[in-house]
Ligand binder design. Structure first.
Ligand SMILES: [Zn+2]
Length: 295
């Protein structure tokens, strides 16, 4: 388990041992925190026939099936965009049929906020009338988008966020290179997101971005020039700008910073439209960013 989630995981394992785990957990936290791994490891712990505290035995039939990603009593629902009602109905049907392994049964729903209203309603009955030894683990980074009827029937579990040092320490165990601290700050509570971004970052680096902004602030280059140079990497420029504004807001809430975040969000949407003039919208955003940074 990730070090920042270890304590929470141990507490839950104690409740499993005492047979006091709520039948439905709504696991909440920002994306890149490790919610999916957390839910999966919790499911595997519930299914293990010979668990020791917060650890699975690794040798029982359940553990072997889990290792092969093939446990008949572990059901997973997920979707890139939207979880449809048929997905939920199918999952519930297999879930309520008797356990194949005469033990716990677990249904994980990743990105639970992407359930449609009918999907959520299809899930309600199972939440209201849980069958014995059946557990529902829902994960979400947008709990406010989940129907109140669902939320109220789950135990809400807001996972703890790691501080910057913990984030960097963990990423360093995965990634063997220098990590720019200012870049890491953009992802401070989202270690997995930082790691993914570091792996992805190649030609257009955070250094390119911060050096460019520095030149802009010193008047050595113009926002238009940067926008032209960076338009092929607009997605990174926007994302990093947005994260920077948000991160600054956590240190000191400011109207201008929040506006910058909103503008970045808007431009990200605009750029999905193929007809939009990338240089123009990027220039406007960089001008705004320079103003905020200079203030
Ligand atoms: Zn086991």
């Amino acid at each position: 388990m990730f070090p920042w989630l270890d304590g929470t995981f141990k507490k839950l394992s104690n409740r499993i041992a005492a047979d006091k785990l709520h039948h439905a957990l709504l696991i909440q936290g920002p994306s890149g925190l490790g919610k999916s791994n957390f839910a999966l490891e919790l499911a595997q712990l519930l299914l293990c026939k010979a668990r020791k505290g917060d650890e699975v035995c690794g040798f029982c039939q359940s553990c072997l099936l889990n290792a092969a990603n093939n446990h008949p009593d572990l059901h997973v629902v997920e979707s890139d965009k939207q979880i449809g009602v048929d997905q939920i109905r199918d999952a519930i049907k297999t879930l309520v049929s008797s356990a194949h392994m005469s033990g716990a049964k677990v249904l994980i729903i990743y990105h639970a906020h992407t359930m449609t209203e009918s999907s959520a309603n299809a899930l309600l009955k199972t939440l209201e009338e849980p069958t014995a030894n059946t557990f529902l683990l829902l994960t979400t980074d947008k709990p406010e988008r989940i129907l109140p009827t669902i939320r109220s029937r789950c135990e809400k579990l807001a996972l703890p966020l790691p501080d910057l040092d913990t984030t960097i320490a963990w990423v360093k165990t995965q990634y063997d290179a220098e990590i720019d601290i200012n870049f890491a700050k953009l992802f401070s509570a989202r270690p997995l997101a930082l790691f993914a971004e570091l792996q992805e970052e190649q030609s257009f680096t955070y250094e390119t971005y911060s050096t460019g902004l520095e030149s802009l602030l010193q008047g050595k280059t113009s926002a238009t020039q940067l926008a032209m140079d960076w338009q092929d990497n607009a997605d990174k420029v926007l994302k990093w700008t947005q994260y920077w504004a948000r991160q600054q807001c956590t240190e000191q809430l400011s109207e201008t910073l929040w506006q910058l975040n909103l503008q970045a969000t808007k431009v990200i949407r605009q750029l999905r439209n193929p007809g939009v003039n990338k240089t123009l919208v990027l220039t406007a955003l960089l001008d705004k960013l320079a103003l905020v940074k200079a203030a």
